[in-house]
Design a protein around this ligand. Structure first.
Ligand code: GLC
Ligand code: MG
Length: 496
């Protein structure tokens, strides 16, 4: 799967904003010709009309296209052109909140007596004018904002301009189901479902406790509090089952949840062994991990324990919310990162630009042509414009990172072990080396990644000379008999 952030992908009408015709015109980069990346699916970050505060994640109309991105006809064209190449198209489903400019919120806000008041989460102030709970919003500040007209607070997990929807309300469930059907009827293949862990909050509005001992890096908690009552609450599974039932009204559609959680919470989002939750859920434990073999091993091990078949993990190293991994981990590690990512078990999601080694961009000061878009939470660096000149250069260069990604995607496609095989972590490797076996029927592959700063020699587990399928750089990988010598930041996939 390949994530497209449309605003920064490809601009066809010269307004400086990427658009849907731009995506359609760029499909050759993604799939079709032999020198394309070869992806199976794209996920488009939102292109709906929006309030201009959260990169399109503050939606004012779930069933329309914002004019800067194009029109519904452009969506239909993109669907047709993608399907012609066998590429599935997923949209972003923002279930947790709307923009405060959405007509639903305007109606809910109008008066306490309004029928749709309960579509959002309202609460009276605590004595005086204090917010109803101590909950903190994801990007800082209280998670409650006072509506002076009705003298009640409304809840927002993210920016104050993004009031949270009340998923205990049946009308909200039905409205969102209809929004899904609107796109599924048009032929959309599924959705990436935004920020699912926050869909249900504690009914009794209890205060969150202090964070206590340090939390794992994938669970950042704002304001020194633990989100005890604001994420992964009882009742969430029921909401996810509801979304799944809507998708199941159509043949062959997929829901991919977004959450930052432990492998066991990811498994819960999939409905556990019943499998009646979302089909897939992005696992961000590696994305949030340091470049460290032990940490990678731990995250992969957790996924193997909690997401054993028939469940499977969905991995990504970068997205529009995080610093790009070529910046976080270092550009010199981009090839090894790709080798690891594309040999893991499950589904892999690439973020536009990682295949050409894009790093974070420092946005030019000032409002820019696209004035409204400056992310207050500082996420613009990961949203820099796709570098098409660099992509064109790498396309004809067999040694390029793009060619390496293409080779890995191709290997993943034709290797049953990579597609369907089990994953077993290797033990007794030199420090700083990550290794695992992928195994299906008669095919067995071994992946070795030297994540340390030193050259290292690894005795191959099978104890015999092996055929290399893929190396980060053939000059940096030296197989000799039953051993393989890897320079720092290099890795290899061998047969056996
Ligand atoms: C998701 C999106 C992020 C957005 C947030 C609120 O985490 O990826 O960009 O700010 O949800 O919608
Ligand atoms: Mg444009």
């Amino acid at each position: 799967m390949y994530q497209i952030y449309p605003r920064a992908f490809a601009d066809t009408d010269g307004d400086g904003i990427g658009d849907l015709p731009g995506v359609t015109a760029s499909l050759d980069h993604l799939a079709g010709p032999p020198d394309s990346l070869g992806v199976d699916a794209i996920w488009l970050s939102p292109f709906y009309p929006h309030g201009g505060v959260d990169g399109g994640y503050d939606v004012t109309d779930f069933t329309a296209v914002a004019p800067e991105f194009g029109s519904l006809t452009d969506v239909d064209r993109l669907l047709a052109a993608s399907h012609e190449r066998g590429v599935r198209v997923l949209l972003d489903l923002i279930t947790g909140h709307t923009s405060d400019r959405h007509p639903w919120f305007a109606a809910a806000r109008a008066s306490r007596a309004n029928a749709s008041r309960d579509w959002y989460l309202w609460a009276d102030p605590r004595p005086g004018t204090a917010p109803p709970t101590n909950w903190v919003a994801a990007f800082g500040g209280p998670a409650w904002t006072l509506d002076p007209g009705s003298e009640q607070f409304f809840h927002h997990t993210f920016y104050p301009e993004q009031p949270d929807l009340n998923w205990r309300n049946a009308a909200v469930r039905e409205e969102m189901a209809n929004a899904m059907r609107f796109w599924l009827d048009r032929g959309v293949d599924g959705f990436r479902v935004d920020a699912i862990e926050f869909l249900i909050k504690d009914r009794r509005l209890r205060d969150n406790p202090p964070a206590g001992p340090p939390l794992p890096p994938w669970a950042p908690e704002p304001g020194g509090l633990r989100r005890r009552w604001t994420r992964n609450q009882p009742g969430l599974a029921g909401v996810l089952r509801h979304l799944r039932r809507v998708a199941d009204e159509y043949p062959d559609r997929v829901l991919v949840g977004e959450l930052y959680a432990s492998a066991s919470q990811v498994a819960a989002a999939l409905g556990g062994i019943r499998g009646d939750g979302l089909h897939l859920a992005l696992d961000h434990q590696l994305a949030k991990s340091a470049w460290d073999a032990k940490a990678f091993r731990r995250a992969i091990g957790a996924a193997e324990r909690h997401l054993a078949p028939p469940l499977s993990p969905t991995w990504a190293f970068s997205n529009h919310d995080l610093s790009r991994h070529a910046t976080r981990w270092g550009a010199e590690r981009a090839r090894l990162a790709a080798l690891i990512l594309l040999t893991l078990r499950g589904t892999v999601c690439l973020y536009q630009g990682e295949e050409i080694g894009m790093t974070d961009l420092v946005p030019a000061p000032g409002p820019g042509r696209d004035g409204a878009m400056r992310d207050r939470a500082g996420r613009d660096p990961a949203r820099g414009p796709f570098d098409w000149d660099e992509a064109a250069r790498q396309r004809s260069d067999h040694q390029s990172l793009l060619a390496f990604y293409r080779g890995l995607v191709e290997l993943r496609r034709r290797s049953p072990a990579l597609r369907h095989g089990t994953l077993s972590l290797l033990r007794r490797l030199p420090p700083g080396v990550l290794g695992y076996e992928r195994h299906f029927e008669t095919e067995k592959l071994t992946v070795l990644a030297n994540m340390s700063h030193r050259r290292t020699v690894i005795r191959l587990p099978s104890g015999q000379a092996n055929t290399q399928l893929m190396a980060t750089d053939v000059d940096q990988v030296h197989p000799t008999g039953s051993k393989v010598e890897l320079e720092a930041d290099h890795g290899v996939v061998v047969v056996g």
